[in-house]
Design a binder for this molecule. Structure first.
Ligand code: CA
Length: 647
């Protein structure tokens, strides 16, 4: 993770800054223009000459003055960034980040400085501010002027911000809202509170852009997009004052100098740069070293289909055995274990699971005073003394990691709580999965024991609502193109029972096929995969399905876009070692006959898992021709999986 070559050129641009400063991607296709006019800053983004962002505002309003007006150009620096790093738990293992960087410095009338840092790679633009002062040591950032102005013909795939304190036990915002699909820019959010990162935009015929944010630590708030103007200007917005039950500031308090989070725009002619981007980790750095190796893996999870009634020792031991049978690395024991099983029995269960090579992940409620979610254990992680006492115990009994639920919002206080939990957990060798939680913004790299987060309408909603179960295929064609590209996503896929219930005659009906379900184990990326499998699947599923379940990886060396359109169908490929897995789903009402081209499989013999009329999966062996052309037929709510058999 070293900067291999940084060539910096400094030149003065005092009087000439009225003309735009331009920085281009290494391949020259993407251009960002920064302009200072009558003391205010704007930027715009073009790709191959086409406007992706029209002139959009920049700047900050702070306790030490405005950095949005009366700015005076000071100096401009350029640099080349060329960095290699590894992401042992990501969608790509070895990353090579190359970008051109422009740092433009401005002073305000009191002599304090705003630097705008723009990095442009061949697929991403990343923008951050650095505030500094010759005399002052701290700042309150009251709001940002940052905005994103899309061309008029753009459409959006976007999910609303929920009103704080609403929803079950006042737990919203929990970043679990439905998407607006392909709506014109300027469409307001149903809540009137704007939208959550990331957001995907289709720029008519000339491409796609994904907006997101990364590098948010305890030093800032998590931002969102405010409601747009009718013309398609999306302003950056800070948290609602009502988040965290009204407790804590909705602004930022920080020492100077202050580097803000990066706002990222990933863009291209197709969805490939969006599916394959690593910008969320490219522009951040680890904040500490891992205290041990945190192993990705698959987990059994009784709670999804067997719910709270399964929070007893016999049922949990059944799921330990299910994990051991499948060769899975973990079991997730969800809420209420402390009361229904008890700490002594949990300690024995953890030891017995470890003897079967199954690590235990335990659920916690972090909510403190932020909402009314009652599940226990509570009050163990939201204060430092309790948290450290708890983690000493967890380490002593050999727990592998935690699922922590019900966070209060995106205020700086909550960002600090995430950071404190992660930092303390690393000291005790524990890895983290956050639920009822915000989008993780660069955390895979910033905090090496961070594994995954929910921040999506996850599989629990299949159990809660038939209407959501009816949308399962639709979501499978949205999440891979919007939510999952910027961070691991703990959706909790893979249900092979006919209903989302312990008993096959009860609960919501599954509308998707077995091949669809199996495909989502590859389509959805999370280094901890909590599968909705139950013990009856072992007897009911054919050997080739069980074989796939045993071998499917949870971490990837490479990820590629193959085909798809958000809301219609999705085809992605992921590589583990020498083996490619290609997964496809169909959300449309008609059977889809797809011809895709994937040259990496040319001449290879692969296993195809595909739909058959009874909605079960069947398997065939295929040898792919030298052109890499592959024909797939996928029924509505169906799926397909192609993979190279294990050696
Ligand atoms: Ca949830």
């Amino acid at each position: 993770m070293k900067l291999l070559s940084v060539a910096a050129v400094l030149f003065l641009a005092l009087s000439s800054f009225a003309r735009a400063q331009e920085v281009r991607s290494p391949d020259g296709a993407i251009a960002v223009l920064l302009r200072l006019e009558t003391g205010s800053l704007t930027y715009e983004i073009r790709r191959s000459g086409e406007p992706f962002l029209e002139p959009s505002p920049l700047g900050l309003e702070t306790s030490i003055g405005s950095f949005a007006r009366d700015l005076i150009a000071a100096a401009v620096t350029t640099a080349q960034v060329d960095e290699r790093y590894t992401l042992p738990q990501g969608k790509v293992r070895d990353v090579h980040y190359r970008a051109n960087e422009l740092t433009a410095r401005f002073t305000n009338p009191t002599g304090d400085e705003l630097a705008v840092i723009v990095r442009v790679s061949d697929r991403d633009v990343a923008l951050a501010y650095r505030l500094s002062s010759p005399t002052k040591t701290r700042v309150v950032v009251e709001r940002e002027r940052t905005g994103f102005q899309f061309p008029k013909s753009t459409t959006a795939f976007i999910t609303q911000q929920a009103p704080a304190g609403t929803g079950w036990m006042g737990t919203k915002p929990s970043y679990e809202e439905a998407y607006l699909v392909d709506v014109p820019v300027g469409t307001p959010s149903p809540s009137g509170l704007g939208f959550t990162f990331p957001a995907l935009f289709r720029l008519g015929g000339h491409g796609w852009a994904l907006l997101s944010e990364t590098g948010v630590s305890g030093n800032y708030v998590g931002s969102r997009l405010g409601d747009p103007t009718p013309e398609g200007l999306y302003p950056l917005a800070f948290p609602e004052p009502a988040e965290n039950a009204g407790r804590g500031e909705a602004t930022v308090s920080a020492g100077l100098p202050l580097l803000t989070p990066w706002r990222t725009i990933t863009l291209g002619a197709t969805l490939a740069p969006i599916v394959e981007t690593t910008v969320a980790t490219d522009v951040v750095q680890p904040l500490y070293d891992a205290s041990r190796e945190y192993r990705p893996g698959r987990a059994t999870w009784s709670w999804l289909l067997w719910q709270d009634e399964s929070m007893n020792e016999p049922d949990q031991r059944t799921f330990v055995d299910l994990a051991a049978t499948l060769g899975y690395e973990y079991i997730l024991i969800d809420a209420l274990w402390d009361v229904n099983i008890g700490r002594e029995k949990i300690a024995r269960l953890v030891a017995d699971a470890r003897a079967k090579n199954v690590g235990v992940l335990l659920w916690y409620n972090s909510n403190g005073s932020s909402n009314d979610a009652p599940q226990t254990p509570r009050h163990c992680l939201d204060s430092a003394p309790a948290r450290r006492r708890e983690m000493v115990w967890l380490q002593s009994i050999g727990v592998a990691g935690l699922k922590v639920d019900f966070f209060g919002g995106d205020k700086q206080a909550t960002m600090k709580l995430y950071e404190d939990i992660l930092t303390d957990a690393n000291a005790h060798g524990l890895m983290l999965n956050f639920h009822g939680a915000t989008l993780p913004r660069g955390w895979e790299r910033m905090y090496p024991n961070f594994m995954t987060s929910e921040a999506v309408t996850a599989s629990e909603n299949l159990v809660f609502s038939q209407a959501f179960a009816d949308q399962e295929a639709l979501n499978s064609t949205l999440f891979p193109f919007v939510r999952n590209p910027v961070a691991a996503m703990d959706y909790g896929p893979l249900v092979l029972n006919p209903t989302f219930h312990r008993e096959p005659t009860k609960g919501n009906t599954r509308r998707t096929t077995d091949a669809f379900q199996l495909a989502t184990a590859v389509l959805y990326q999370s280094p901890l995969q909590h599968f909705g499998l139950t013990p009856n699947n072992l007897a009911e599923q054919p050997a080739f399905v069980l074989d796939f379940l045993k071998h499917v990886p949870a971490a990837w060396d490479e990820t590629r876009f193959v085909d798809g359109y958000p809301g219609k169908f999705a085809v992605l490929a992921r590589r583990s070692g020498q083996r490619w897995y290609l997964a496809a789903t169909n959300a449309e009402a008609a059977t889809k006959d797809l011809t895709i081209i994937f040259p990496a499989l040319a001449g290879k013999t692969v296993t195809l898992l595909h739909d058959v009329p009874d909605r079960r999966a069947a398997t065939t062996t295929r040898t792919i021709g030298p052109d890499g052309r592959i024909a797939l037929t996928i029924v509505p709510g169906g799926g397909a999986l192609l993979f190279q058999p294990p050696q």
